[in-house]
Each structure stands twice: as structure tokens, then as C-alpha cells.
Design a protein around this ligand. Structure first.
Ligand code: SF4
Ligand code: SF4
Length: 312
């Protein structure tokens, strides 16, 4: 039986699929690897207007609808099963942000992506709103496309670096994670005070560099899996996030795409957002957070109250 992986990939709704050799970084983690199938889906959801009736947080586009990890893994499962049918002795390993392999470099080697100076990769018809996944296999697959590991398609543009509010894009494709708002919203612990204002009302992720990019200007949502907004959507109400109890977290957020950062980080980010929005409605809750048993919550609530106080 001849397996047409490319056709199958398109049939199951992957936006792109290519094959790369198992480079040394892959072999380090998976010594049996010979080839890597690199695949992409476009996670861009339809634009959602955020009404200003009550204070809102902001969620990055990759987390506004279905969890792309689940969607992509399911498609890669289908491809992997097809490989196992035609090659019963094959060994495969599916990765969707789960293995220490350089997925952007692999996608470029597989010919499905080009690099952007903002550190994300561009995939045809997705712009940089693309999620990558891989199937590592012990089957040698040839016909590797040419290497495309440069920033040629950005040309002299540097808009993303100029748009980044923290100066986190320090060189083409090189992001200082300690300054990147997307990373800050996800990391645990105390957010450096000097970076809190730049976070605005962001609760999870940051799209500023991608929004500034001319190569994303005409990109439209394409994947039906991301057509529906799923809680927390684009702009969740801020006060319920600040007041989030353990029971509420378990009931409403735990299984959402932001649930993995857990309750403390969500409340911490919501406190920073409340401070940046000068949110008078949050004062009572922030005051009660000063008594919280968690010092991270206390520290960020105090900072937010200081920001609100400055507006009076
Ligand atoms: S995600 Fe935000 S903070 Fe990070 S590099 Fe892009 S614009 Fe800068
Ligand atoms: S904003 Fe310009 S430099 Fe940055 S990724 Fe887009 S095209 Fe490249």
C-alpha cells in the first residue's frame, strides 16, 4: 500500500505538512529517529469585539477557542495511525509542545514555514497564527525540501521590534523571554515591577508583535475547529478572575486553554490588569487580596492598589 501523507494531511484539515531529516537535536532526545513529519494548523479565531461595559482582561488569539494542542494532536494521531498501517513496524512519537525539539527550525527544514523576526514562523494562509506539531519516526523518508532558515521574507521591515512594548525582540528571531509579555503571563512567581505597566490588561499571551506585522494583515480564519469562541474567549470580565475561588477555578477554568497556568497566576495577572486599567471597581477585591495567604497575590494586589490610588 502506498501512503500519500500529503493528501491525507490536507483531507484532515492540516494547513501544511512536510518532512524533515531527524537533525541532531531530535536524535539527542530520540536516538532512533530518522525523519520528522512537521505539520501546521491555523489557530486564528474570528475577531471578537470586546465591549467596555465592565473591566475586561485580554487573552491572546491562540487561546480564545479550542485548545490547539488537542486539535492538532488528534490530526497527528490520524497521520500516525496511517503510517502504522502501511509500516507496521514503525516507531512514532507525536509532539505538540511536549518534547525538547526545535519545532520552528524543523518546520523550516520541512519547507512548511519561514521565520519571522518576531520569533514566530509563517505558514502559507496562516500568517504567523500557526501552531506546529511533529511526528518523529524511525522510517527514513527522503525528498527533503530546501532549507529555509532565514528572514528573507521580512526584508527590511522591523515593525514587530518597534511595536513590542518591552523591547523583547533583541535581534531578528531572538526574543528575550524574561521581557516577553506572553512569557510573563505564563511564568510563575513575581512579575518584575518595571514590566507590569507594559502588560496592560493581558491575562494570557500577547499578540502585539503579530498584530503589527504586515504579513498577517490579510490572514483570515480558516480552521473550523477554532470558529467558536470558548471560555475565557478574547476578553473575559476582570472582576470574576480577581475573585476566582478554588471551586470556581475547578468549575470554569481548569479545563480551558489557560487552565494550566493555575489560579494564582490568573489572579496575579488580573491584579496587574486592574492596576493598569485604574479599575476603581476592583478596589474592594484588591484590598481583600492583601490578606491572601499567598505572598504573590498580596504583592500584586498592593501594586495594583498603588496604581489605582495615583488616579484619584
Ligand atoms: S509577544 Fe508581546 S512582548 Fe513578546 S515579543 Fe511579541 S510584542 Fe513583545
Ligand atoms: S513585522 Fe516585519 S519584521 Fe516583523 S515578522 Fe512581520 S514582516 Fe517580519
Amino acid at each position: 500500500m502506498i501512503l500519500d501523507l500529503h493528501n491525507l494531511a490536507m483531507e484532515i484539515g492540516l494547513q501544511a505538512m512536510g518532512i524533515a531529516p531527524a537533525i541532531s537535536e531530535v536524535r539527542k532526545a530520540f536516538p532512533w529517529a530518522e525523519s520528522v513529519i512537521s505539520a501546521a494548523i491555523c489557530y486564528l479565531p474570528p475577531e471578537q469585539a470586546c465591549e467596555n461595559d465592565v473591566p475586561k482582561g485580554l487573552i491572546a488569539r491562540f487561546a480564545r477557542s479550542s485548545d490547539y494542542h488537542t486539535v492538532l494532536r488528534k490530526k497527528l494521531d490520524t497521520l500516525s495511525n496511517a503510517i502504522m498501517i502501511t509500516h507496521p513496524s514503525a516507531q512514532t512519537k507525536i509532539c505538540v509542545d511536549t518534547s525538547p525539539i526545535p519545532e520552528r527550525k524543523i518546520a523550516a527544514l520541512a519547507g512548511i514555514a519561514t521565520r519571522g523576526k518576531h520569533g514566530n514562523v509563517f505558514v502559507k494562509n496562516c500568517g504567523s497564527y500557526a501552531a506546529l506539531g511533529e511526528i518523529i519516526t524511525n522510517i527514513p523518508m527522503t525528498d527533503f525540501p530546501r532549507v529555509s532558515d532565514n528572514f528573507d521574507e521580512c526584508g527590511s521591515c522591523n515593525r514587530c521590534a518597534g511595536a513590542c512594548p518591552t523591547g523583547a525582540i533583541i535581534a531578528p528571531g531572538e526574543i528575550d523571554a524574561s521581557k516577553c509579555i506572553s512569557q510573563l503571563t505564563q511564568m510563575s512567581g513575581i512579575i518584575p515591577p518595571e514590566l507590569r505597566k507594559a502588560m496592560g490588561n493581558r491575562i494570557y499571551g500577547c499578540d502585539i508583535c503579530q498584530e503589527s506585522c504586515p504579513r498577517n494583515a490579510d490572514i483570515q480564519p480558516t480552521s473550523p475547529e477554532f470558529a467558536e469562541s470558548v471560555f475565557p474567549g478574547a476578553c473575559p470580565d476582570l472582576l470574576p478572575l480577581l475573585e476566582l475561588t478554588a471551586a470556581d477555578f475547578n468549575k470554569t477554568i481548569k479545563d480551558s486553554s489557560i487552565g494550566w497556568i493555575r489560579r494564582t497566576r490568573i489572579r496575579r495577572n488580573a491584579a496587574i490588569a486592574a492596576g493598569n486599567l485604574k479599575c476603581l471597581e476592583a478596589e474592594d477585591t484588591l484590598n481583600s487580596m492583601l490578606q491572601d495567604e499567598n505572598p504573590i497575590i498580596r504583592a500584586h494586589a498592593a501594586w495594583a492598589l498603588g496604581e489605582i490610588e495615583h488616579t484619584k
